[in-house]
Design a protein around this ligand. Structure first.
Ligand code: BGC
Ligand code: NOJ
Length: 816
């Protein structure tokens, strides 16, 4: 069952009923000002950091799940009836409801008793503000007298504090209202030089800034007293809960439309120019007024919206495929790329499943997010790499997370996740292959944000490699530390205290827990480093990495091999995990994926065996589950993985992040049919028709789909912020369709289903536009062995870089 449809032409998903199985959200903003918006206008906004600079309030885990947001209300002033055009919070029975989630914007509209309205929400490029453009149309045959109310509840900036420190916060709230603009200035009097503003383009009948006054005692957002009575109170908040609401009266003749623009924004003043007049406590508004005035104009809004749409046309134009498979084309060309931008921006910080206060930017997460983003805006990828690398420690280890606003490593979670450093090598390698910009390797980057300890990025990579080599266990495999990619395999934790964090609780001393997964990851990273060092002519490093990779490969193929698949780990006591010897958790997906992606076993048959075992034991119609058999009780020596009921999350859920590794593995092994089959099992668009089972948004990947052991198999959770986005983009575009940036050119090496015929790709790469036509006869399963580049035949499948960038090159690639 569907709850809407794709509009590929407009690059939108159109939700046609408000009561989706879960809130289906979108993101506003792609630079520094961001918002989450649901299909019923729920959500919140923040500047740069969802924890430290939150503009508006949101209460997670509410009932309904999504409650609180950018609500507007309409009131028929003749009958007194009022409603929310976005359905929430009043939940009137609307006609023609639709929510169009597009790239960086959402348009929510409906009709109620002959009054049609539509609100466009978006963030103009280059600005720290969001526009709500409301259009109200009278479809009645008679004139209508209406009131329009805006509403937003301000957050007192630090979201964690805002959620907990009520004894202080009920007394700190402050606002100013000048010329119809509501300014939220809590703590501006002291150490903050930023404020929020909420402005309106139309003349107003009144306003409110006190939530109590707006809602009325013991009322909620579904029937604010101000909206019910049609009378704003011009309240000024002193402490308690500052909010913003404007009241605009609208008279519309039959067929007439009125447009009202609301702006919600963030502004920073220079420290020495905060007040106007100086020496008062009044906000200096001279700096922000021109921006407000600009965007209250319809024409400026229209222009900014066009610019946003053009921006996305440009970004998406870098990779465009026409394969004839709508699920492939739609995801690669639109939604998967878009999700890669969102994961790049958010890491794992703010979604409806990540509260914005728990986690900032993940070291491993953000490095992986780069893989699906780097082609879009390489300059931002470069900046991100340098930020991430600055949180690396001198040991080569890394803070597991950092705050986006401060860019400082997060002490609460600390370090010791032994896979972290290797991902930096992969992130940088992707950047180098995409851009050829080796100058980044020479940039001086601090360790632990201490500029006095800066070293070239290249040395950071060397230390990443060294970190693993310095921490090998009895089998020669990397020690796992707190955890590797699988945060829930906590082999040194042995937690018996309720509520203790598995990721941070002090380790039991003296263990030798090793990870086969990090073994595979290390081989992949060391191979990348071999190539990077080679191109830099650093023979010593090249040799060190080549050798280390070869040695680790041997170790993985012996101590890491179970007979039919790769093992997962050795526990604290040196006992094997992920082996036929175990009664539960015999086979795990992640070492199969990562080892094969690293090339281990591709030549000696191990990969073929491992792939067959995955297909036999882990693959389900809803994707490939993480391990089997699921853990049926708490295993003290394994940690969090066995805390989840069977089939959920890391305990045998389809942890979607890992599936693309198997798609890549199948593609590398030459099984294009198998690769695409896995791809389509978790492709959100392909799952759209089972939305009532999948429940999450059909336009983006979710972190998890419940596995076959769960009572709700196929039910997705934790949509949006997952490494699934980047890795699926890599798997489909670079390995299945096979268009892959390499240091020396663009590789064209598809691994396709037999039934496929020709397809075309446009790929902009290092300033050149490659128009690629892959020629394939149905039935063939071979690889590309010859290219015709602008009419000239080239053996092999590497499209060379032209002497001069800036041209368009036509390529035909022939599959044998
Ligand atoms: C989740 C993991 C997550 C970890 C981070 C666990 O509860 O299952 O997926 O990475 O928490 O804190
Ligand atoms: C989610 C985390 O963000 C990611 O880093 C981790 O690899 C997975 N959970 C698996 O546990």
């Amino acid at each position: 069952m569907r709850y809407g449809h794709f509009d590929d032409e407009r690059r939108e998903y159109v939700i046609t009923r408000p009561d989706t199985p879960l809130p289906w959200i979108n993101y506003l903003g792609c630079e520094a000002y961001f918002g989450i918006i649901s299909n019923t206008a729920g959500g919140y906004s923040f500047y740069a950091d969802a924890r430290l600079r939150r503009l508006t309030r949101y209460r997670y885990n509410n009932a309904p799940l999504d409650f609180g947001g950018r609500y507007v209300y309409l009131r028929d002033d003749e009958t007194g009836e009022f409603w929310s055009p976005s359905w929430q919070p009043t939940q009137n029975e609307l006609e023609d409801y639709s929510c169009r989630h597009g790239l960086g914007y959402s348009i929510i509209g409906s009709r109620y008793k002959g009054i049609r309205s539509e609100t466009l929400y978006f963030v103009p490029l280059g600005e720290n503000l969001e526009v709500w453009r409301v259009r109200v149309t009278n479809d009645r045959e008679t004139a209508a007298k209406l009131s329009l109310f805006s509403s937003i509840e301000f957050c007192l900036w630090e979201a964690q504090d805002d959620n907990t420190n009520f004894q202080r916060n009920y007394s700190t709230g402050e606002v100013e209202v000048v010329d119809g603009v509501i300014y939220h200035k809590t703590e501006y009097r002291e150490r903050r030089n930023h404020f929020a503003y909420f402005a309106c383009s139309a003349p107003q009948t009144g306003f409110d800034t006190s939530r109590d006054a707006f809602l009325g005692p013991y009322r909620s957002w579904d029937r604010p007293i101000v909206v019910e009575t049609g009378k704003s109170t011009d309240s000024i908040a002193h402490g308690w809960q500052p909010m913003g609401s404007h009241h605009v009266e609208i008279e519309l003749g039959p067929g007439e439309t009125r447009e009202v623009v609301f702006l919600l924004g963030y502004w920073e003043n220079p420290q020495d120019d905060k007040f106007d007049p100086p020496n008062t406590q009044t906000i200096n508004k001279r700096t922000v007024t021109p921006v407000i005035e600009k965007y209250l104009q319809s024409a400026a809004v229209e222009q900014a919206f066009d610019a946003l749409r053009d921006y996305w046309t440009g970004l998406l134009g870098i990779v465009q495929v026409q394969t004839g498979n709508e699920h492939v084309d739609r995801m690669v060309n639109i939604w998967n790329a878009y999700q890669c931008m969102v994961t790049f921006n958010m890491s794992r910080s703010a979604s409806l499943y990540e509260s914005g206060i728990g986690r900032g930017m993940g070291f491993r997460d953000s490095n992986q997010d780069l893989l699906g983003f780097v082609h879009m805006i390489p300059a931002r990828a470069r900046e991100r790499i340098l930020d991430i690398a600055a949180t690396q420690l001198a040991t080569g280890g890394a803070y597991h997370q950092y705050q986006p606003l401060t860019k400082r490593g997060n002490n609460d979670i600390g370090s010791g996740f032994n896979d972290d450093p290797a991902w930096l090598v992969l992130g940088v390698a992707a950047y180098l292959k995409e851009t050829g910009d080796t100058s980044i390797l020479d940039v001086l980057v601090p360790f632990d944000n201490d500029p006095s300890a800066a070293k070239p990025l290249y040395e950071h990579l060397q230390r990443s490699i060294g970190y693993t080599l310095d921490r090998l266990g009895p089998h020669g495999l990397p020690l796992i530390g707190r955890a590797d990619w699988n945060d829930c395999l906590n082999l040194n934790c042995f937690s018996e205290t309720p509520g203790e964090s598995f990721q941070t609780t002090e380790h039991k001393e003296g263990g030798v827990a090793e990870s086969v997964f990090i073994g595979g990851l290390f081989v992949l990273a060391a191979n990348e480093m071999t190539r990077i060092a080679g191109r830099r002519d650093d023979k010593v490093e090249e040799e060190r990495c080549r050798k280390a990779s070869a040695v680790m490969t041997k170790v993985v193929e012996s101590a890491g091999w179970d007979g039919n698949w790769f093992r997962r780990a050795y526990d604290f006591y040196g006992k094997v995990i992920g082996s036929a010897e175990n009664s539960e958790g015999q086979i795990f997906i992640e070492p199969q994926g990562m080892c094969i992606v690293a090339g281990i076993g591709l030549e000696n048959g191990l990969a073929t065996k491992a792939l067959a075992s995955v297909r036999e034991r882990l693959a389900t119609p809803h994707g490939i589950v993480l391990q089997q058999p699921a853990y049926s009780y708490y295993h003290l020596n394994l940690g969090e993985i066995s805390t989840y009921p069977e089939g959920y999350k890391e305990n045998a859920g389809v942890f979607c992040h890992t599936n693309p590794w198997l798609m890549m593995g199948e593609a590398m092994a030459g099984n294009g049919d198998g690769a695409l089959d896995y791809y389509l099992r978790i492709n959100p668009s392909a799952r759209e028709e089972i939305s009532e089972i999948h429940r999450c948004e059909p336009y983006v990947y979710a972190q998890m789909i419940a596995g076959k052991d769960a009572p709700t198999p196929g039910e997705a959770k934790n949509s949006w912020l997952s490494g699934t986005a980047a890795w699926n983009f890599v798997a489909i575009s670079q390995w299945i369709l096979g268009i892959r940036p390499e240091h020396g050119g663009l590789r064209i090496d598809p691994s396709l289903p037999a039934s496929w015929g020709d397809f075309t790709v446009t790929r902009k790469f290092r300033g050149t536009t490659y128009k690629i036509a892959v020629r394939k006869s149905a039935g063939s399963t071979g690889r590309v062995a010859r290219l015709v580049v602008d009419g000239r035949t080239i053996a092999g499948n590497l499209a060379p870089l032209p002497a001069q960038a800036g041209q368009t090159i036509e390529i035909e690639a022939f599959v044998q």
